[in-house]
Design a protein around this ligand. Structure first.
Ligand SMILES: [Cu+2]
Length: 125
């Protein structure tokens, strides 16, 4: 069973329904409007913060803000969910639900950026 589920904010409802087939708890959480937003700054070549803590069972909205010069994105490793690749000054969001304790890595998949240090992790406890 997956520890984390995530999807982009702009397509909440469609993806939420699909995931809801296998994850009854997810849909209710994800549709709530009082979800905490965690701002994640992307720049060359790091995420700030690089470690995000959340509680097991919690859903958070990650708002990726590009404060760099190049385009960046945020991909959740092992889950086919990511932000758009955004240009400097722009932002995009994804939502992440942790169904249990665990660690989920994320990275920027623009070529060379992960290798240059654009990685981070979400820790659910
Ligand atoms: Cu990048």
């Amino acid at each position: 069973m997956r520890r984390f589920n995530a999807y982009r904010g702009k397509i909440d409802r469609i993806v939420g329904l699909v995931l809801g087939l296998g994850m009854m708890g997810l849909t209710a959480n994800a549709q709530a409007e009082d979800i905490e937003t965690v701002k994640v700054v992307a720049k060359e070549f790091e995420f700030q913060p690089a470690t995000i803590e959340m509680e097991a069972g919690e859903t958070v909205r990650l708002k990726l803000v590009n404060n760099g010069q190049l385009s960046h994105n945020l991909h959740l490793r092992g889950i086919s969910t990511n932000t758009e690749t955004i240009q400097a000054g722009n932002s995009d969001t994804v939502r992440v639900t942790a169904s249990e304790n665990g660690t989920l890595e994320f990275y920027c998949d623009v070529p060379g950026h992960e290798q240059a240090g654009m990685t981070g992790k979400i820790v659910a406890e």
